[in-house]
Write a protein that binds this ligand. Structure first.
Ligand code: FES
Ligand SMILES: [Fe+2]
Length: 411
């Protein structure tokens, strides 16, 4: 026996997991547009968020412009979540200072003109950008702001077969919800295909009702992609067909998941992921998932008969319920229990990574390199600055099904 007496849990891998301003990973994540909320959530009331350990308020002025300001009013600190959204900006509830979407204080309700003329007050602010039904923030150095990346899944210029929808799940569901663990645990789950077979089938029964978790053991490998890492899963299906499947992590905090409902009954060539999912830290101990879904269109609008490719969106498993009896969680743990169970912040120095964790280890190395890029003044990966190259950026996540007897398609 190795007694636990005196065992000290090592420190977390702070360079990779911490996201405060000034922390190595915090600086890396701030180099990318990060989704804050759905466009429809920014309405006639201010919308308060916590993102990357910062407290902010979003609002849409009467002219439709979205602003993102520091939460606490530059006068005497009252939270702007209680402010009033007006034609020209947001007015603090306490003494009526009015800020426009750039953060400039354009009215001081209680002050005399001789005072306000001399004042030049700016509430700290971030640039915003709306795309695909989401509001994005750029929280990094102003002179390093990149273009919004046009991944092929969400680049609808010249296409009319899909409409883009911003989506997340709240309330009782664990996915697309603030998860009570560090953001990297959520990302790494997408590079962990073995848990499909163990957690979602052997331990908890067939939670996906899918060929992913049924039939023979797959062959699994990992490889780098132009945007990050992916797993490669090959398996012979009970019906004799063959499945080739990939899920991809796009550095630093995007995951793509190929359709988990694919039954493998018919041959299909590169059924690509339909959602780009961002895993955004609220802070070091909570994360939310939010995505743009390329939803198939019927007669120009979203086809209501379509079931989204991942079960994060339209198809909730019982195990994803946030509140369920503790005994149920113990008897049929799901992703939430597994990821939150790694501690609020997983401790890498206490892990014993195996061969099955090769993708996770490689992704951590790539994240470390990206952190170093920023520290040494270079652009990290997946920063796009030129309109010519920022189109149909190729992602590498899909299912391919080949018929029994056919040779597998080469990648
Ligand atoms: S605290 Fe906001 S106007 Fe006074
Ligand atoms: Fe899972």
């Amino acid at each position: 026996m190795k007694s636990r007496y005196g065992y000290k849990v090592p420190e977390p891998d702070n360079d990779l997991v911490n996201v405060e301003p000034g922390s190595p990973m915090g600086e890396l994540l701030r180099r990318y547009w990060q989704p804050a909320c759905l466009s429809e959530e920014v309405g006639d009331l201010p919308y308060k968020i916590r993102i990357l350990c910062e407290d902010l308020v979003l609002f849409r002025d009467g002219q439709g412009r979205v602003g993102c300001l520091d939460l606490h009013c530059a006068h005497r600190g009252t939270s702007l979540e209680y402010g009033r959204v007006e034609e020209r900006g947001i007015r603090c509830c306490y003494h009526g200072w009015l800020y426009d979407t750039e953060g400039q204080c354009i009215e001081m309700a209680c002050e005399q003109p001789e005072f306000t003329e001399k004042m030049d007050v700016w509430q700290p602010a971030y640039p915003t950008y709306e795309y695909g039904g989401l509001v994005f923030l750029y929280m990094g150095p102003p002179d390093a702001k990149p273009l919004f990346p046009m991944f092929d899944i969400l680049d609808t210029r010249g296409r009319n077969d899909v409409v883009l929808k911003g989506l997340k799940l709240w309330g009782d569901h664990s996915l697309g919800y603030v998860r009570d663990c560090n953001w990297l645990q959520h990302v790494e789950n997408a590079l962990d295909p073995w848990h499909l077979i163990v957690l979602h089938e052997m331990i908890s029964g067939d939670q996906f009702n899918s060929v992913l978790t049924l039939g023979s053991w797959p062959e699994i490998g990992f490889e780098e992609t132009p945007l990050g890492m992916r797993y490669n899963l090959d398996k012979d299906l009970p019906n004799g067909n063959h499945l080739e499947r990939h899920s991809e992590v796009i550095l630093p905090n995007i995951v793509l998941v190929a359709n988990i409902h694919q039954r493998g009954n018919e041959p299909i060539w590169r059924e690509k992921a339909t959602e780009v999912i961002w895993c955004v830290p609220n802070d070091n101990e909570t994360v939310y998932g939010i995505c743009i879904c390329a939803w198939p269109a019927k007669d120009g609008i979203a086809d209501s008969d379509w079931v989204a490719g991942t079960d994060t969106l339209t198809d909730i498993r019982p195990g994803q319920l946030r509140e369920r009896p503790y005994e149920d969680k113990q008897r049929k743990p799901d992703d939430m229990e597994a990821q939150e169970g790694q501690r609020r912040i997983a401790v890498h120095a206490a892990e014993n990574l195996g061969l099955v964790d090769a993708g996770i280890a490689a992704n951590r190395r790539k994240l470390r390199e990206a952190v170093r890029d920023v520290a040494e003044g270079r652009d990290p990966p997946n920063i796009f600055r030129h309109a010519e190259t920022n189109r149909m950026i190729e992602t590498s996540c899909w299912n391919t099904v080949t018929a029994a007897g056919e040779s597998q398609a080469a990648d």
